[in-house]
Design a protein around this ligand. Structure first.
Ligand SMILES: [Zn+2]
Length: 386
């Protein structure tokens, strides 16, 4: 495997649009599946939904390895959409110019995926592999992480001893991330003619009372904070209610988007709303409110000084000569879903790929960062996992 081949494979991958939620994820997965299997890496094709494909590639430790552990590698093949104006390069051209490779997904994160894929192919010819390697390639990371969720529910992460996710981090190591809870709060009243409101129960009035509680000092969920990730943040982002201009509304609801931190999630939020319900029921025994969790992405955190993160940091430093900073990352990654596996393991989110152009026009990274990330994956794989 030459560097030229490694670069060409990334170009090919960038030339296949896999914009989420459009149709190309299957084509990108087909390309990677064929590339891995052509190089005799055992790869499983997992159809999460007709257009949502995950792949799991495995490379066992050498027979002489003593008590090999399992290192997981993971990345996603879907990308965000392309801006209709502003690109000076073809978004699906895979063009190389002045040492940079361009295209949607160059940063986030086809370079990360192809770095792991090419590292695995190179390691296949290595006579002494101390660890088992398991590459989990996911779909739909950008929209709901349903690929990683599916793999986690199947138990595919239950045997991992450590996990590297090569999202673009510009040479830093992400060890913690916020989660998301989307909750719908509905008040149920009773419809009536608006000329006789006393015959009904106004659900919008009741919802207003809930909102007043949420905005009061008694609603303390946003007092919780993480030293690196900052506070829990909660916002009402939509509101609905009413059946007509002359009808007392029987139904009203709002949606609240809550960004959570480790140690504060679904349970604590439901508890906070239960307190609101109790207070309002004391004022009005006919008050009725229901809660529905619409979206849930857990927060997660690995000890910043965990041995696996120390190992990743040491290899990153030998490759660049600079220390690798541990950081809490503002966005979510598939690590959130994999952290829900039946067994806990350290998760490092790290690559050399520049994140500054992720999701932007002219998304690109220096090719040198791609080759450095391949080296990182190989070095990690070749050190017996502690
Ligand atoms: Zn990403």
């Amino acid at each position: 495997m030459t560097q030229q081949q490694q670069i060409e494979s990334l170009q090919h991958c960038l030339q296949i649009p896999s914009v989420n939620p459009l149709d190309g994820e299957r084509d990108a997965a087909t390309f990677v599946y064929d590339y891995l299997t052509t190089h005799e890496i055992e790869t499983e094709w997992i159809e999460v939904a007709p257009k949502r494909i995950c792949l799991i590639a495995t490379l066992p430790a050498s027979e002489i390895a003593a008590e090999p552990k399992i290192i997981g590698f993971s990345g996603h093949l879907d990308t965000v959409p392309v801006q209709t104006t502003g690109w000076t390069k073809q978004p699906f051209g895979g063009e190389i110019s002045d040492g940079r490779i361009y295209g949607r997904g160059a940063s986030d994160m086809k370079s990360g995926v192809m770095a792991m894929v090419n590292a695995m192919i190179e390691l296949k010819d290595c006579a002494d592999r101390p660890n088992h390697l398991k590459l989990l390639i996911t779909s739909d990371e950008e929209n709901g992480m349903t690929g990683a969720k599916h793999l986690t529910e199947r138990g595919d992460a239950d045997d991992l001893d450590a996990l590297l996710i090569t999202e673009p981090t510009s040479g830093m190591i992400g060890y913690a991330q916020k989660g998301v809870i989307g909750i719908e709060v509905t008040c149920v009243g009773k419809g009536a003619h608006s000329s006789a409101p006393q015959l009904g129960k106004n659900a919008i009035d009741d919802l207003y009372r809930v909102i007043r509680e949420v905005k009061s000092d008694r609603f303390t969920i946003t007092d919780n904070r993480h030293p690196e990730l900052g506070p829990v943040v909660a916002s009402i982002t939509s509101i609905q209610g009413g059946e007509g201009p002359n009808v007392i509304p029987s139904n009203a609801s709002f949606y609240m988007d809550i960004r959570t931190i480790p140690g504060f999630g679904r349970l604590e939020i439901l508890e906070a709303f239960a307190h609101i319900e109790q207070r309002l029921l004391q004022e009005d025994p006919t008050f009725a409110m229901t809660l529905r969790v619409i979206k849930e992405i857990p927060s997660c955190e690995t000890d910043a000084n965990a041995p696996f993160l120390e190992t990743v940091a040491r290899h990153m430093e030998t490759i660049t000569g600079h220390p690798a900073r541990r950081v809490a990352i503002p966005g979510g990654t598939d690590g959130a879903m994999f952290s829900q596996a039946n067994r806990s393991f350290p998760i490092a989110v790290a690559s050399f790929h520049d994140f500054r152009l992720a999701h932007q026009v002219d998304e690109s990274i220096p090719l040198s960062e791609y080759l450095q990330t391949i080296a990182l994956c190989k070095q990690l794989a070749l050190e017996p996992l502690a």
